[in-house]
Design a protein around this ligand. Structure first.
Ligand code: SAM
Ligand code: SF4
Ligand code: SF4
Length: 342
């Protein structure tokens, strides 16, 4: 819902969500996200400190931000993440604080994260087959991720949500199995259409398993009932299983863009403010943060960026896909997902 004090962009969209990448480093090399062996990692001194992140969040709350998601890269690789969570969880006006992780380090960390103020977590898990897991992530870590999921639940994080990127010929044969797994264990599940994030995942339309296809597959095993979006700006449309079952949702960025209600901004690990997942660049906030810019001026800069925002990349992509020329992802050099924060 839009409040009277909300800052609106050029398409009357409020700024309600901040996704903050706390590091660009990752212990996986998922084929759909970060398949590169070599990458120009952000230097340590360029990474925002926890004080700087907290300041940005504090200044964003009066502009409308209600929800913060910590992401990366792999956020649990950042040392003492619980300390950041503790700081953010004490900020007045912030309703939700979430984490998206690949789950490998969640086993040992879950209890401490919960203790620090984290309430919910999303864990990426694309397959239940150990060999396939290793093919996708380049790491033999399925048991650790499953352990992480269990630990998150035992620590009282609720909901524990599984994110599954569905790619044709890779894991589309596990759409039902993943729902059954999540049902058995009490996890929510979000299927994500494979997107052309970054520049290295060799995306093409043929590899996208569409929302329609995902629902058709699920529909042959479950009696599904549409449950809409939790909030109008949520990326996932939800489905309930009649007679009980997992909380299911599909994020259909490619075939059913939701730019119209997109209230998300991202902050990269080195402090760029980015207004779309498919942006080619962002606005540097690190320099003003470190140049002793006042809160007032920093707030004014954030206002200026958001009120000028026109992004609707997924709508443009769908138009191009449907046009005679088709869509060529390589025509646009985007910020990599690990830098940007998914
Ligand atoms: N490393 C953490 C993880 O994997 O959960 C957090 C960062 S990751 C970039 C955030 C989310 O983006 C994950 O759920 C991941 O599956 C998703 N993602 C990455 N590449 C994607 C792609 N090409 N299409 C759809 N989702 C993608
Ligand atoms: Fe995989 Fe997340 Fe790492 Fe990307 S950031 S390679 S999705 S674990
Ligand atoms: Fe938001 Fe950009 Fe995704 Fe559209 S493409 S929903 S504007 S992040």
């Amino acid at each position: 819902m839009i409040a009277s004090h909300d800052l609106l962009d050029q398409r009357h969209r409020p700024l309600h969500d901040l996704r903050i990448s706390v590091t660009d480093r990752c212990n996986f090399r998922c084929t759909y996200c970060m398949p590169l062996d070599h990458y120009d990692w952000i230097e340590k001194r360029e990474i925002l400190t926890y004080e700087e992140i907290e300041r940005l969040v504090r200044l964003s709350i009066p502009l409308g931000v209600q929800k913060v998601r910590l992401t990366g890269g792999e956020p649990l690789l950042r040392r003492d993440l619980d300390k950041l969570i503790q700081r953010l969880s004490q900020l007045e006006g912030l309703d939700e604080l979430c984490l998206t992780t690949n789950g490998v380090l969640l086993g040992p960390d879950a209890e401490q994260l919960r203790h620090s103020g984290l309430r919910r977590v999303n864990v990426s898990l694309d397959t239940l087959d150990p060999d396939k897991f290793e093919r996708i992530t380049k790491k033999p870590n399925l048991p650790k991720v499953l352990e992480g999921l269990r630990a998150a639940q035992q620590a009282g994080l609720d909901p524990v949500k599984v994110n599954m990127v569905v790619e044709r010929g890779v894991n589309d044969d596990e759409i039902v199995a993943m729902a059954q797994f999540c049902s058995e264990h009490g996890f929510a599940l979000r299927y994500i259409e494979f997107m052309d994030v970054g520049n290295a995942n060799a995306w093409n339309l043929d590899r996208v398993v569409t929302k329609k296809e995902i629902l058709a597959t699920l529909g042959s095993h479950f009696d599904l009932q549409p449950a809409g979006r939790h909030r109008s700006s949520d990326p996932a449309t939800r489905f309930q299983v009649r007679g009980g079952g997992p909380d299911l949702g599909v994020i259909a960025s490619v075939t059913e863009p939701f730019c119209d209600n997109c209230s998300r901004a991202r902050i990269t690990a080195d402090g760029k403010f980015v207004t779309c997942l498919f942006s080619q660049d962002g606005t540097d906030l690190k320099r003003p943060l470190r140049d002793r810019t006042t809160d007032e001026d920093l707030g004014a800069l954030l206002r200026l960026i958001w009120t000028g925002r026109t992004d609707a990349f997924s709508e443009d992509r769908l138009r191009a896909i449907l046009s005679d020329h088709g869509y060529q992802p390589q025509d646009r050099h985007k910020i990599e997902m690990i830098t940007l924060g998914g």
